[in-house]
Design a protein around this ligand. Structure first.
Ligand code: ADP
Length: 429
């Protein structure tokens, strides 16, 4: 089997450990393993080929829209045990005109987005932050033409199985791709882009999803890859802020990530000792200012010298108006007379070295992803690899994606209990 693995959407700590586990397990089980650089964009772009007949370098990617003049690097696939991406971390990358970085972990690989990798290429990757094979948000893959180009590139490379590590958006894309696959292939055959033999051989694409997201917002899994590290970063940041808050008896309003999910904010509130937390799934009744001030006033009355209020980035009130950190600061300053500052943690929450759990979880899940691919056939659904009550589990990808979408619908309909139940959150109350 030829397996390709890609990371897509927002990067998260632990993605490299996932890629490493897929590569090593795949090789151990006798598969050829490829990495796709820059997420779905790399699938759409594929590999530039040497058009011998014309004697010039052209991009033979299937769509006009992604055509570009790029030089091909002399790349030879070798055996599984040699370092196919030599000097991995020490070369100089180049930046293309469109801002896409043209290297894998430092090695320049112009014009090649689907690259065969060996055992040594992923050595030590478990401790690296972000994703070394690159990620992107691909608008092209959201179009049928883009997905057709992606399908063509996979068939050209002889790849029959795909592991996608990303958030709910990326896994939605994987679900769409898998459902469309037969039509995409028929179309490629009808337009003579693939042969009858290729059509028969690649009639079925095996896809497995790994959930890489700091937000922990995916249904049917207790934890997503990267969420524990992000939570840890937030706790460390609150610890640091606490020193100043205590020394000056100040209030700090800290904005944390999480998109529409309050998991990071709630658990950081518990672990970091916050006085008040705003999350999207438990919007306070309007006006909430009195309730917040009463609570914080009470804490001050019993002798607390510092105040920490956490605001999740998707926080809203019961009328669905966003709650912004700056406004919370204004309320605390004006009504309680507290010397208040705002700290937006931003991308410091996302990057950096993965914590131990974000090395262990993606490693176990990467192994399971390859097992799921090897054991699946046309009759089995595409799986998402999740974690349920401390066990690595396979759940139907389509169902997990659908259930995650249902959470968003429930939040919009203000049915917050339903939203938390559908997400399977740990902080159900
Ligand atoms: P995340 O995976 O972190 O949630 P995004 O929502 O940005 O991030 O999704 C990442 C990529 O997945 C998008 O840029 C796009 O290429 C692909 N994708 C998302 N939704 C779809 C969709 N409905 N159909 C096809 N591709 C999609």
């Amino acid at each position: 089997m030829r397996i390709a693995v890609l990371t897509s959407g927002g990067d998260s700590a632990g993605m490299n450990a996932a890629v490493r586990a897929v590569v090593k397990t795949g090789i151990l089980k006798g598969c050829e393993v490829y990495v796709v650089r820059e997420g779905y964009e790399g699938l759409v772009r594929g590999n530039t080929e040497w058009a011998e007949a014309e004697g010039q370098r052209v991009n033979t990617s299937a769509t006009e829209s992604v055509k570009q003049e790029v030089e091909i690097n002399q790349y030879q696939a070798g055996s599984d045990n040699v370092n196919l991406l030599e000097n991995l971390r020490f070369g100089d990358g180049e930046l293309l005109k469109d801002g896409t970085s043209e290297f894998v972990g430092g090695r320049t690989l112009k014009g090649r987005y689907i690259v065969r990798v060996g055992w040594d290429d992923v050595r030590g990757w478990f401790s690296q932050g972000g994703t070394l094979i690159g990620t992107a948000r691909s608008m092209t893959f959201k179009t049928v033409e883009g997905r057709r180009a992606a399908a063509h590139n996979l068939v050209k490379e002889g790849i029959d199985a795909l592991v996608v590590c990303g958030g709910d958006g990326s896994l939605t894309g994987a679900d769409v791709f898998r459902r469309e696959w037969p039509d995409l292939l028929s179309n490629l055959y009808e337009t003579s882009l693939i042969t009858e033999e290729q059509l028969k051989k690649h009639g079925h694409l095996k896809i497995v999803g790994l959930v890489g997201s700091i937000d922990n917002d995916m249904s049917m899994t207790d934890l997503t890859i990267g969420a524990p590290t992000a939570l840890h970063r937030i706790c460390e940041a609150i610890d640091n802020i606490n020193s100043t808050a205590y020394s000056h008896s100040r209030a700090f309003v800290v904005e944390v990530m999480g998109r529409d999910c309050g998991w990071l904010a709630v658990l950081a509130g518990v672990a970091g000792g916050a006085d008040f937390v705003f999350i999207p799934e438990r919007p306070p009744q309007v006006p909430w200012e009195d309730a917040m001030c009463a609570e914080i006033h009470r804490h001050r009355e019993v002798g607390k010298r510092k105040t920490i209020v956490l605001v999740a980035e998707g926080a809203q009130d019961a009328d669905l108006n966003p709650i912004k950190a700056e406004y919370v600061k204004q309320v605390l300053s004006e009504r309680l007379g507290l010397d208040t500052r705002v700290t937006t943690l931003g991308h410091t929450q996302r990057g950096g070295r993965p914590c131990a759990l974000d090395r262990i979880l993606p490693t176990l899940q990467g192994v399971e992803a390859v097992n799921a691919l090897l054991e699946s056939d046309e009759s089995t659904p595409s799986y998402m690899i999740g974690l349920h009550e401390n066990k690595i589990v396979r759940v139907p990808l389509m169902e997990a994606v659908e259930q995650t979408r249902a959470v968003t619908r429930a939040v919009k309909a203000k049915d917050y209990d339903k939203a938390l139940e559908l997400r399977g959150s740990e902080f159900k109350e």
